[in-house]
Design a protein around this ligand. Structure first.
Ligand code: NAP
Length: 483
C-alpha cells in the first residue's frame, strides 16, 4: 500500500459522507458521464457528498453540446436533468480548468477523498491504409466538432466544393455526418449548427454521399431510428443496392436463429430503401455494404480524388463472429472528400495508467487499477467512455455511473481511501483560482446559455452558439459590466 495512504477512521461521526464531513469528490469532465456520476452522488439519501465538476472547456455537457448532431435537438434535452444536478447543494462547476495542465491529479489529491475521471474518448480511430493523410481526408469526429462549434475545431476547413463524398463506417456517427452533408441549408437553418458550418454547407456542391459498411446489413452498427431518418430527407434520395441488402448464407442463418426484433426491423428498413425508386431530389445518399477501403488515391496536389475499395465476403472467426474477408474484386469510387467514421478512441491522462490498445484506463467496475500488479489506485475512479470504450448512447452512461459510484461507496465503507489534508471546499477553490483566474462557474454558463438562446430567437433557432473562448469571455465580461 502507498505509504502516504492511511485508511479512513471508521468512526461514523468523522468518516466522510456525513453532514459533519461531506464526502469530497472531484469529477473531471462535464459530459453526460460526469453529470451522471454527480447526479448519483448528490441524490443518495444515505450520503452527504459535494461534487466539484471540472471541465477544460468553458461550457459544460461534452458530446451533448459538441457531438450530438444539430438536427437532433430532442436528444439535447437531457441537459435539463444536468441543470437539476447543478442546482443541488454541494455542486460546483469549474469550467475553463484543464486538469493535467492548470492543475494536476497529484495537486488535487490533498483536497478530495475521491477523484473520478469522465473524460470520454477524445480522438478517433484510423483506418491504417495508404493515403489516409492526403488533403481532403478527415476524421468524422473533427467534422462533427466543427459543425457543432467546438472552439478547437472552428478553424478547420472541409472542401465542400467536391461533388462526391465517402463516409467510411456505418455507425451512428457516420449516419450523422452523411445526414448533415445531405441536408438542405433550409433544413439546417432552424438548428443550432455553428454559423460557420451553416454558411459553408449553404455553399456546398456535394451531390452524392456514400456510407461504406465493411460487413453486411445485418452487422450494421447504426440504430433503427437513425437509419430510418435517412429515408426522410427533404433534399436527398436514399439508395441501397438490392444485391448488397441480400443476406449472405451465414448472416441469414444468424438472423433466422435470433429473435432480435430490432434487427429484423433494420433489415426491413434497408430492403424498403433498396426497393424504392429515387424521387429526383438534388442529392443522393447511398449506403454500401461489404466493401472495405484499401487506399485513398490522390491527385498531383495531394488531394483525395478517389477511394479504392475491395469487396468482402463474410467468414466466421473462432468465436463465431462474422468478420469481413477481402475478395479479389475491387473498385475505385471517384470521391473528392473522405471522412473516416470508424470509432472514437480514448487518450492517455496524465498520472493515470492507460490501455493503449483499447483506449481506456484499466479499471475494475470503475476502480482504477495500476499495472503490472493491478493494484487499485486508491480514491481514483473512471466512468463513461474512458472506462468502457466508445460505445452506447447517452443513457448508457447513467448505468455506468451507477456502477462506478457503487464501487466508490464500497471503498468508502471499507475505508480504502486517502485522507485528504485539506477537505474544506474553500481551500481548493482558492488554489484553482490561483492557477486559472478565469474559472467559469455554472452561473456563468447559465448566462452564456441565455445569451446564446437570445441570439437564436430572431432566427427561429434554439440558439446561436459562441464558438470561441475569446467570444465567450468577452460576452461574460460585457454582461458583468452591464449588471
Ligand atoms: P460504432 O458504432 O462503433 O461504429 C463504427 C463503424 O466503423 C462500424 O460500422 C464498424 O464496422 C466500422 N469500422 C471500424 N473499423 C473499420 C475499418 N477499419 N474499416 C471500415 N469500417 C470500420 O462507432 P460510432 O459511429 O463512432 O459511434 C460511437 C457510439 O456513439 C456508438 O455507440 C453510437 O451508437 C453512439 N452514437 C449514437 C448516436 C445517436 O444515438 N443518435 C449518434 C452518434 C453516436 P464493424 O462493425 O465491422 O466493426
Amino acid at each position: 500500500m502507498d505509504p502516504e495512504v492511511s485508511p479512513q477512521p471508521t468512526d461514523a461521526m468523522s468518516s466522510p459522507g456525513t453532514s459533519d464531513r461531506p464526502l469530497r469528490v472531484a469529477v473531471i469532465g462535464s459530459g453526460p458521464a460526469g453529470f451522471f456520476v454527480a447526479q448519483r452522488l448528490l441524490t443518495r439519501p444515505d450520503l452527504v457528498a459535494t461534487v466539484d465538476l471540472y471541465e477544460r472547456l468553458l461550457t459544460p455537457f461534452g458530446l451533448v453540446r459538441f457531438g450530438v448532431a444539430p438536427d437532433h435537438e430532442e436528444i439535447k434535452r437531457v441537459t435539463r436533468q444536468f441543470d437539476k444536478v447543478a442546482a443541488k447543494p454541494g455542486f460546483r462547476f469549474f469550467g475553463n480548468v484543464d486538469v493535467g495542465s492548470h492543475v494536476t491529479l497529484d495537486e488535487l489529491r490533498p483536497y478530495y477523498d475521491m477523484i473520478c475521471f469522465t473524460t470520454g474518448a477524445e480522438t478517433d480511430r484510423r483506418m491504417g491504409i495508404p493515403g489516409e493523410d492526403l488533403v481532403r481526408s478527415h476524421a468524422a469526429t473533427e467534422f462533427v466538432a466543427w459543425f457543432n462549434g467546438h472552439p478547437e475545431y472552428r478553424d478547420r476547413q472541409f472542401d465542400l466544393s467536391v461533388e462526391r463524398v465517402a463516409v467510411v463506417g456505418v455507425g451512428n456517427v457516420a449516419v450523422d455526418v452523411a445526414r448533415i452533408l445531405s441536408r438542405s441549408a433550409e433544413e439546417l437553418s432552424t438548428t443550432d449548427i455553428a454559423d460557420h458550418a451553416l454558411e459553408a454547407l449553404r455553399q456546398s456542391r456535394v451531390k452524392e454521399v456514400y456510407m461504406l459498411g465493411r460487413r453486411g446489413p445485418a452487422q450494421a452498427a447504426f440504430t433503427n431510428p437513425e437509419v430510418k431518418e435517412l429515408g426522410e430527407l427533404a433534399g436527398a434520395d436514399i439508395q441501397v443496392m438490392e444485391e448488397e441488402v441480400e443476406l449472405d448464407p451465414l448472416s441469414r442463418a444468424e438472423v433466422e436463429q435470433s429473435d432480435d426484433r430490432k434487427l429484423q426491423k433494420k433489415l426491413e428498413i434497408l430492403r424498403e430503401f433498396a426497393a424504392h425508386s429515387p424521387a429526383g431530389k438534388p442529392r443522393t445518399l447511398t449506403i454500401r455494404f461489404l466493401v472495405s477501403p484499401v487506399e485513398l488515391v490522390g491527385n498531383e496536389a495531394g488531394q483525395v480524388e478517389g477511394l479504392r475499395v475491395v469487396r468482402n465476403r463474410l467468414v466466421a472467426d473462432g468465436s463465431g463472429r462474422l468478420r469481413p474477408e477481402a475478395t479479389d474484386q475491387s473498385e475505385l469510387l471517384p470521391v473528392g472528400l473522405v471522412f473516416r467514421s470508424v470509432g472514437y478512441h480514448g487518450v492517455p491522462l496524465a498520472g493515470l495508467p492507460f490501455d493503449q490498445e483499447r483506449g481506456v484506463v484499466p479499471n475494475e467496475r470503475g476502480r482504477v487499477l495500476t499495472p503490472p500488479g493491478d493494484a487499485p489506485m486508491l480514491g481514483v475512479y473512471v466512468s463513461g467512455w474512458i472506462k468502457r470504450g466508445p460505445t452506447g448512447v447517452i443513457g448508457t452512461n447513467k448505468k455506468d455511473a451507477a456502477e462506478t459510484v457503487g464501487t466508490m461507496l464500497e471503498d468508502l465503507a471499507l475505508g480504502a481511501l486517502r485522507s485528504p489534508a485539506h477537505p474544506q471546499p474553500e481551500t481548493v477553490e482558492s488554489f484553482v483560482r490561483q492557477r486559472q483566474p478565469a474559472v467559469v462557474t455554472y452561473a456563468d454558463w447559465q448566462r452564456i446559455d441565455q445569451l446564446e438562446t437570445a441570439r437564436g430567437e430572431p432566427q427561429g433557432r434554439p440558439r446561436v452558439k459562441f464558438t470561441s473562448t475569446e467570444e465567450i469571455l468577452a460576452a461574460l465580461n460585457r454582461d458583468r459590466q452591464d449588471r
